[in-house]
Write a protein that binds this ligand. Structure first.
Ligand SMILES: [Zn+2]
Length: 362
């Protein structure tokens, strides 16, 4: 029987840094022996001298701890998912403290999340580009869900006119860096997470140092130069990109998987400068980014949990005035200059020149 095994961070040095590996066996014991064959040293991490499973190592089959099943003799079938989870001393790292068990209790009782899914969230690293209208709900929900490492990239300071929609910031934050205000807010919500702030504007010079550090990138940029930069960097770094944008009463969301389409497939070049006004010029309904950002956060959490169907090759269109959601099919363009068959963009370019506009228009 061929099964998929989730490998937690402490064991990944044995599996060549792979998060999931395949293994064969009739029962849990057989699968673990097979893993020891494939990855020498694995056995020592999970078995004691008597070849019994170590007490500080828990094994889950499809999210159920095996002591609640038939222990190491629990039979497995094709397609089952196993997880081998050691306790970690000191309550640091990805061990769940009693406080965390209580905090995440509504996740832990869900079949689709459970202890294994919650650990995937704790191990997850997500970067929010922008701590504004879209970034606000994204950051708050990722933090609340327990995503363990959250990056925030924004160079701007909180302005009173932001507070109509950027709900992560408060009146007392006016004049502060948005990343500082956002970090304080989400650490107050969940002190178990790590927040990494990036205060320099994302540019062609630094994007490939920042974006590869994360699993999922959430684009909440307010200008085309940053939107294309983040798209290209996410593709080049082979990261999943959840793209969201808003205008007046309308929003768009899609999730790009590396090599399966990108923002340039959808929009090969930006509109001429001035043709599409920004939110600061045209306005935006305050609650709109709440809806769109919450959808982006949902996508990121699903991707980390490996549950459900992401908005892959689909563009979700939301019209708040009509209260209409629809999805249209999108696909990789073989002629795409970035992810096509004969790419012409193989490294980051000058995006201000490409878009004919600066990174930061407001
Ligand atoms: Zn493309």
């Amino acid at each position: 029987m061929s099964v998929k095994v989730y490998i937690p961070t402490p064991f990944r040095k044995i599996t060549g840094n792979r998060t999931f590996v395949d293994a064969d066996g009739l029962d849990v014991n057989g699968v673990l022996r097979d893993l020891d064959q494939r990855f020498p040293g694995f056995g020592e991490m999970v078995f004691d001298g008597e070849q019994e499973l170590l007490e500080h190592v828990n094994v889950y089959v499809n999210n159920h701890e095996i002591t609640s099943l038939q222990g190491a003799e629990t039979r497995v079938t094709d397609g089952d998912e196993l997880a081998v989870i050691p306790a970690i001393a000191g309550g640091a790292g990805n061990a769940m403290t009693p406080e965390m068990v209580e905090r995440y209790s509504r996740h832990l009782i869900m079949d689709q999340v459970g202890p294994l899914g919650q650990r995937k969230l704790i191990d997850g690293k997500v970067l929010a580009v922008g701590a504004g209208g879209l970034g606000s709900p994204v950051l708050v929900y990722l933090a609340a869900a327990g995503v363990g490492t959250i990056g925030v990239a924004d160079f701007d300071v909180v302005d009173r006119s932001n507070l109509q929609r950027q709900i992560i910031h408060g009146t007392s934050d006016i004049g502060r860096l948005k990343v500082d205000s956002a970090r304080d807010r989400i650490l107050d919500m969940n002190p178990n997470i790590d927040v990494i702030t990036h205060t320099s504007p994302l540019t062609s010079d630094n994007a490939m140092e920042i974006i590869p550090e994360y699993d999922v990138i959430i684009n909440g940029a307010d200008n085309f130069a940053t939107r294309y930069l983040v798209n290209d960097a996410a593709f080049l770094a082979e990261k999943i990109l959840v793209d969201g944008s808003i205008f007046l009463f309308e929003g768009q969301v899609t999730t790009f998987f590396p090599g399966q389409g990108c923002y340039r497939c959808l929009y090969p070049s930006p509109p001429p400068p001035g043709m599409v006004p920004s939110c600061s010029e045209a306005g935006v309904l305050g609650v709109l980014p709440g809806t769109v950002g919450a959808i982006q956060a949902t996508e990121a959490i699903k991707v980390l949990l490996e549950q459900g169907e992401p908005l892959k090759n689909r563009l979700l269109l939301y019209d708040a005035l009509a209260m209409d959601f629809r999805t249209v099919k999108i696909r990789r363009d073989p002629g795409c200059p970035l992810c096509g068959d004969a790419p012409t963009v193989t490294e980051l370019i000058d995006y201000e020149e490409f878009c004919g506009s600066p990174f930061h228009e407001n």
